[in-house]
Structure formats: structure tokens, C-alpha cells
Design a protein around this ligand. Structure first.
Ligand SMILES: CC(C)(COP(=O)(O)OP(=O)(O)OC[C@H]1O[C@@H](n2cnc3c(N)ncnc32)[C@H](O)[C@@H]1OP(=O)(O)O)[C@@H](O)C(=O)NCCC(=O)NCCS
Length: 228
């Protein structure tokens, strides 16, 4: 098994694994609002692969990260999606991908990682709900699933506000990835700064479903109602 940076050749197998793991409606989830028109952090998108008996590379797992802005001011990473091929789950692969990518993120100078996911799984990597209690997401999410991790001690102290999209960029396609020579996203600066990046303001729906369902798809009618 190898863990390597994702390449264009992996794209189709990744989409297939994500569809089978999260369902075809995964794009309607709140976290996808933060990914829309924003390129993932190429330096932190990893795949776990192996070779079959014929020598062909097979995808065992994928992990991706997106850049986000916290309170319009602080750059952070959003972990996800992560998925492991069902035949290879519970063998430590998910943990390896997460630890490997978090170490890479730290080495690149990133300070903060947030995610929406199953807290009983992510607590082992240091993610905590308390660290993001001052932050809101732009859509319905079960608050207990929203967690944060400080790659630098204290990086989330005093950080409040809405989580927003990072500067919109062309979504990475296989063709774009093939020609890309560098990550589209600069590492987070050493100290939180007023970001130069343009932030797309998303409407506040955080209180829409108090204690509601898990990172539920956002219904169009609900969004229209909330926007009025
Ligand atoms: C979640 C996922 C990425 C974990 O990868 P994995 O390689 O199976 O996980 P690991 O082998 O590193 O860890 C296995 C452990 O995590 C636990 N675990 C796995 N998924 C969990 C979850 N959603 N919630 C709580 N614990 C979970 C297992 O019970 C196991 O516990 P144990 O070590 O006490 O036996 C994988 O199961 C998967 O792809 N699931 C479907 C997609 C998904 O739900 N992704 C996001 C999760 S929020």
C-alpha cells in the first residue's frame, strides 16, 4: 500500500468511491457549499493505492482538504471528504491517511483544520468540538459533528464568526491538475492575519435546524425561506 499525492488519473476512481460511500446526493450537503468553485489543496489531497495481480493500480482510499476562511479573517483547512474502499475498512488505512495528511499540513505551515464528521472517529486525531464553539457553518449541520484541530497551539483561541468559502477558483479538473505545477493555495501564515483573499459571504443558516439532522442536504425551499 502506498500513500501518494492524488493525480488526475485517480479522479474517476475517487468520484466512484465517494459516490458509493456518501451517496449521489453528497453534493447537497452543507460542506459542499464551502467547496463550490474552490480548488482543493492539491498538496494535501492524498490517495492510498495498491496494485492488483495484473499490476494495475487500484484505489484503496482518498482524502482531500479545502481552504476555508474563519470569520472572514483567518485561513484554515477543511478536512474531507475521506473514504476508504469498503473491503479495506477498519484496517487502519483511514487513520494513516489522516495522520499523514495532518503531518503534511503542519509541515506546510497550516495552523487550523476543521471538519464535519463523526466525533467518535475524529477525537483520536485530536479534533475537538469545543475548539470551534465560536464558529458557525453556512447551512444545517448537527453541531456535535463540527470539530476543530489546532496544528499550532492556541490557533483557534478567540476565533469566531462564520466559516466561509476561500477565494473562488477554478475547480480542479483532471486537465488542470495535469498542468498544475504548484498548489493553488498558499500555506496558512504563521500568525492569523486579515486575509487578503476575497471571501464569499454565505447566508447564515447555522441556527436553522437546532439539533437537527446530520450535515443534512439543504432543501431549496428551506434556503429560500431562510433568505427572506
Ligand atoms: C470513516 C472511514 C474513513 C474510516 O476509515 P477506516 O480505514 O475504516 O478507519 P481506521 O481503520 O483508521 O479505524 C477503524 C476504527 O475507527 C472506527 N470507525 C470507523 N468509522 C467510524 C465512524 N464513522 N464513527 C466512529 N468510529 C468509526 C472503527 O470502529 C474502528 O474502531 P476500532 O479501532 O476501535 O476497531 C471509513 O470507514 C469510510 O470510508 N467510511 C465511509 C465514508 C465516511 O463515512 N467518511 C467520513 C466519516 S465522518
Amino acid at each position: 500500500m502506498n500513500i501518494t499525492l492524488e493525480q488526475p488519473v485517480h479522479a474517476a476512481a475517487i468520484e466512484k468511491l465517494l459516490d458509493s460511500s456518501f451517496g449521489p446526493k453528497r453534493h447537497t450537503k452543507t460542506v459542499y457549499r464551502l467547496r463550490k468553485n474552490v480548488a482543493p489543496v492539491a498538496d494535501l489531497c492524498f490517495v492510498a493505492t495498491d496494485h492488483d495481480q495484473a499490476g494495475n493500480e487500484v484505489l484503496l482510499g482518498t482524502i482531500r482538504y479545502w481552504p476555508v476562511m474563519l470569520g472572514n479573517a483567518v485561513q484554515a483547512l477543511m478536512l474531507g471528504p475521506i473514504a476508504i474502499d469498503p473491503a479495506h475498512r477498519s484496517a487502519g488505512l483511514g487513520g494513516k491517511l489522516i495522520r499523514h495528511s495532518l503531518e503534511a499540513a503542519k509541515a506546510l505551515g497550516h495552523r487550523i483544520v476543521i471538519l464535519v464528521g463523526d466525533a467518535p472517529y475524529y477525537v483520536r486525531f485530536g479534533f475537538q468540538r469545543d475548539l470551534v464553539s465560536g464558529l458557525s457553518l453556512p447551512g444545517p449541520v448537527d453541531p456535535s459533528r463540527f470539530q476543530g484541530l489546532e496544528l499550532v497551539d492556541g490557533a483557534l483561541t478567540g476565533i469566531t464568526g462564520m466559516v466561509g468559502r476561500a477565494k473562488p477558483a477554478k475547480v480542479r479538473t483532471a486537465a488542470a491538475m495535469a498542468t498544475a505545477t504548484a498548489s493553488p493555495v498558499a500555506p496558512t501564515p504563521v500568525a492569523p492575519t486579515r486575509a487578503a483573499a476575497k471571501v464569499t459571504t454565505l447566508p447564515l443558516f447555522a441556527a436553522l435546524l437546532p439539533g437537527g439532522d446530520m450535515d443534512a442536504p439543504v432543501s431549496r425551499r428551506r434556503l429560500r425561506r431562510a433568505a427572506r
